[in-house]
Design a protein around this ligand. Structure first.
Ligand code: FAD
Length: 486
């Protein structure tokens, strides 16, 4: 162990390796509500690709597990350390290398945060369009989780907005995939393979992102509905109308009450309407011409009024912005209220009404209180789950994930499988697909050192190699019922 720390210090400098009591508590967990912090052997902070390459050469040689860390804002335990492994933290690799206005692209190091990139892009009139609710997340973390967010309905998720990657493989080999072009038909697309791989295939040391024009004007519509099914049912017609929303979200009444109260926000919805509302649709339009945006908002409001809304409000610009900001804080509001878990299932848009009805039925059957919101424009449903008993919660979550799968969707729409959703993913996913994913993993990482226990069970240092899927979390904690007791 001392030898390993010395080797790492010889690569990055002693000040950039911490071990034992010197490891900061922040480096021992992410933002997931489940699981326990874990202290690794060492946290190492490289400054450049060459250092990452040397770190991975040492780790591969010594078969030491490696967990990558961006900003630690993930919600699935994926950047939680492995006790007998090292964490490679990317916060020192935070340079914006290039803003290329001719090619509408930017090249950044993986530790650059979304806020940092957004500020740097302001003068160019361009924007990186992926806006997950947490702008402190790093580009490397966004790539590894295929981060989505509210604007995915308009611009897609990370995989639609990343053009190329610089990758370091276990053993230290450095590869470039993709580049400042939109299309390539030249062999397998390694960029897309690594996006969403949760740090299990390669470490990302460079990201080339697509930029789009930054629109100056927005308009925000708020529409209360009397049922969840009605709000979900409005999504298809709104999108079919050609309205091209920047944001299309739903919040159930509990979620709306929580975020507006936390933000001290009065949206002007009369108490008589609020009392009859079970859920709300939030629709944001954007454009470069304010008159055109306002006209589109009026047209969208007329349409939504015909889709069963109790009323439709076009919010003043400040209130619209404040509502979106409040919605971004929904996770923290749920956490403060004592939520036991947050799930982020996804289903086809057309399946949303039935899926939301099904989750309500399941909640009643399992005695769970759930509060929901989500990016309904792309079928993403976030449920805050309040059910203290870990055994009952586990059964409820499994049923919710199974219902998503049966509706043609998936366990995670954007936060990833990580450690905490692994047992459900492995239980519900097609075993043939999981086996193929494992073969891909083995091709990138033959000694299984990268992100052990994330997505799959087993792996170096996971403590569960060769055991049945889902038996243990692989980070020294357990993903079974006892693990979710906090
Ligand atoms: C309030 C809040 C709201 C959120 N809203 C959304 C949302 O709307 N949509 C959404 O998709 N997510 C959302 N998230 C989740 C989170 O912000 C994203 O998952 C984000 O992409 C994680 O980035 P990070 O830098 O914090 O990654 P981390 O948490 O540090 O790591 C996440 C994963 O990426 C891997 N990783 C990190 N850097 C690298 C690298 N350089 N190379 C290889 N692997 C790497 C880690 O090993 C881990 O597997 C939200 C989180 C919070 C707290």
């Amino acid at each position: 162990m001392t030898g390993l720390v010395e080797q790492l210090a010889s690569i990055v400098g002693a000040l950039n390796v911490s071990a034992g009591a010197a490891i900061a508590p922040d480096d021992t967990h992410d933002e997931a509500l489940t699981g326990h912090p874990a202290t690794p052997l060492a946290v190492v902070r490289p400054a450049c690709t060459a250092e990452v390459s040397r770190i991975l050469a040492v780790a591969d040689e010594c078969r030491v597990p490696v967990v990558a860390r961006g900003s630690g804002t993930g919600l699935s335990g994926a950047s939680r350390p492995v006790p007998d492994g090292i964490v490679v933290a990317f916060d020192r690799m935070n340079r914006i290398l290039e803003i290329d206005t001719a090619n509408h692209a930017a090249v950044v190091e993986p530790g650059v945060t979304l806020t940092q990139l957004d500020e740097a892009l302001q003068p160019s009139g361009l924007v990186y369009a992926v806006y997950p609710g947490e702008m402190g997340g790093s580009l490397g973390g966004n790539v590894a989780t295929n981060a989505g967010g509210m604007r995915a309905v308009r611009y897609g998720v990370t995989r639609h907005n990343v053009l190329g990657l610089e990758l370091v493989l276990p053993g230290g080999q450095v590869l470039q995939s993709g580049g400042k072009y939109v299309k390539s038909s030249s062999g397998y697309d390694l960029t897309q393979l690594v996006i969403g791989s949760e740090g299990t295939l390669a470490l990302v040391t460079g990201v080339t992102v697509k930029l789009v024009p930054r629109m100056a004007h927005t308009a925000t519509l708020l529409a209360p509905f009397d049922t969840l099914e009605a709000v979900a049912g409005a999504v298809g017609p709104v999108l079919a109308s050609g309205a091209t929303p920047l944001i299309l979200e739903y919040l159930d009444a509990l979620a709306m009450e929580g975020i507006t109260r936390a933000a001290g926000l009065d949206l002007g919805v009369p108490a008589t309407v609020r009392s009859g509302a079970t859920a709300y649709l939030v629709l944001v339009l954007e454009g470069s011409d304010p008159g055109r945006v306002d006209a589109d908002a009026e047209a969208a409001a007329s349409l939504v009024a015909t889709l069963g809304a109790l009323d439709v409000y076009i919010l003043p610009p400040a209130a619209g912005g404040a509502l979106v900001t409040a919605r971004e804080r929904a996770f923290f509001v749920s956490r403060a209220a004592g939520a036991d878990d947050i799930v982020d299932t996804v289903v086809p848009r057309g399946a949303l009404p039935a899926y939301l009805a099904r989750t309500a039925t399941l909640a009643a059957e399992h005695g769970a209180l759930v509060s929901g919101c989500g990016h309904v424009g792309d079928g993403n449903v976030h449920l805050s789950v309040f059910l203290a008993d870990p055994h009952r919660r586990r059964a409820f979550l499994r049923a919710v994930f199974e219902a998503a799968r049966d509706a043609g969707g998936a366990v995670s729409g954007e936060h990833g499988i990580g450690v905490d959703k692994r047992e459900y993913f492995l239980d519900l996913e097609d075993p043939a697909k999981v086996a193929l994913m494992r073969r891909i993993k083995a091709a990138f990482d033959p000694h299984d050192i990268l992100g052990p226990g994330r997505i799959f069970s087993g792996g170096a240092g996971s403590g569960d190699a060769g055991t049945s899927e889902g038996a243990s979390s692989g980070d020294g904690t357990h993903s079974g019922p006892e693990a979710v007791t906090r």
